[in-house]
Design a protein around this ligand. Sequence first.
Ligand code: UDP
Length: 404
Amino acid sequence: MAYRIDDYAKIVDQEVMFEIFKSARQLCGKSIVHINSTYYGGGVAEMLSALVPLLNDAGAETGWRQLRGSPDFFNITKKFHNALQGDDIHLTEMKKKLYIEANEDFSTYTHIDHDCVIVHDPQPLPLIKFYKKKQPWIWRVHVDLSHPNANLWDFFKNHILRYDLVIVSHQQYRKKEMPVEQRVIHPAIDPLSTKNMEISEKTIEKTLKKFKVPTDKPFLCQISRFDKWKDPEGVIDIFRLVKEKFDCRLVLCGSAATDDPEGSQTYERVRKKANNHAKDGDVILITSLNNILVNALQRKAAVIIQKSLREGFGLTVTEGLWKEKAVVASKVGGIPLQIRNGESGFLVPPKATKEFAEIIVEILKNPKLAKKVGKKGKAYVKTNFLITRLLLDYLKLVNELICR
Ligand code: UDP
């Protein structure tokens, strides 16, 4: 069910609601199109699912298009994604050609005549070259841009310079040497979605039973695509250390995204590594895509882990905090924007396996500590990272660009 803006009045402050309606009036009758490369499986799809209906409800006619591409195209763009987050890349002319051709091809059957175009992430970045630019174009990049591969960034810059504005998730991702205006907008979660809404203990138990997650022992949980940057193998190392001190289980839940072709290889490596524990039923791997399941796992988990090596923002952290959970996460990318260490969660250097394990054991032994940090985490999310704030940011920004 698509929610209407009014539905959020019971959760967010009146001032925010008033601001939304005021900004919506200014955009009424204008049209916006969002373009990305998957309808499900990651943070971008998650946000667009909530945001697009709300922009429509606000009166801006808003569409959402998905770039199509061959498996080769998504292999290349995954390499680009990895290189943007710091990997090396062998940037051949063939890779560039296939990447650009897929965008050109998409443009031949995709009519764009909107008042503002918002392109998400690297896959559709070159699209701008294949349209008459009659309106403002925004490039919204969601990845951790703290250490981009220089070669790739140079190649991308040719396309980025055509845009009117770039949006990043963190102040530190802005590139001083780039003349295009860059703004920071933080991602957000939808508190009313099936993934984040309140659900009863009965629903939690029923859902976990259906997906064969026993609740006789506490469990740790990481919800993330099986992606090397989320380091699911590292989570198993943490679990082994925790398990020596405290009897518990680990649930790794990661569905596939259509624009991430590396998922199955990473999953296989994790499955092999978890082997013995998986046989005992102490490590549970789940690949189903199901919002209620994610909701139930996050609500029932004793500790939520996010052991990312790079992280643009980390909506899974936001989701855990919203559910008043103790989140133990890497101090990388956008995660420290969400957690104050020791107060509203715990931040650990990404490769400090022992430190992760020690904090988790402390929380498992002291549920009062988990409760205390959980409360603060939720309050912070409520003020800063709910979809209503994101809606307002977009309404204001698009209005500003259209009026320029
Ligand atoms: N997600 C999900 N099921 C899964 C794995 C992830 O629904 O099995 C969702 C997760 O709840 C979150 C989003 O995908 O809403 C992931 O966003 P995040 O910013 O954490 O990472 P990304 O995948 O965008 O790198």
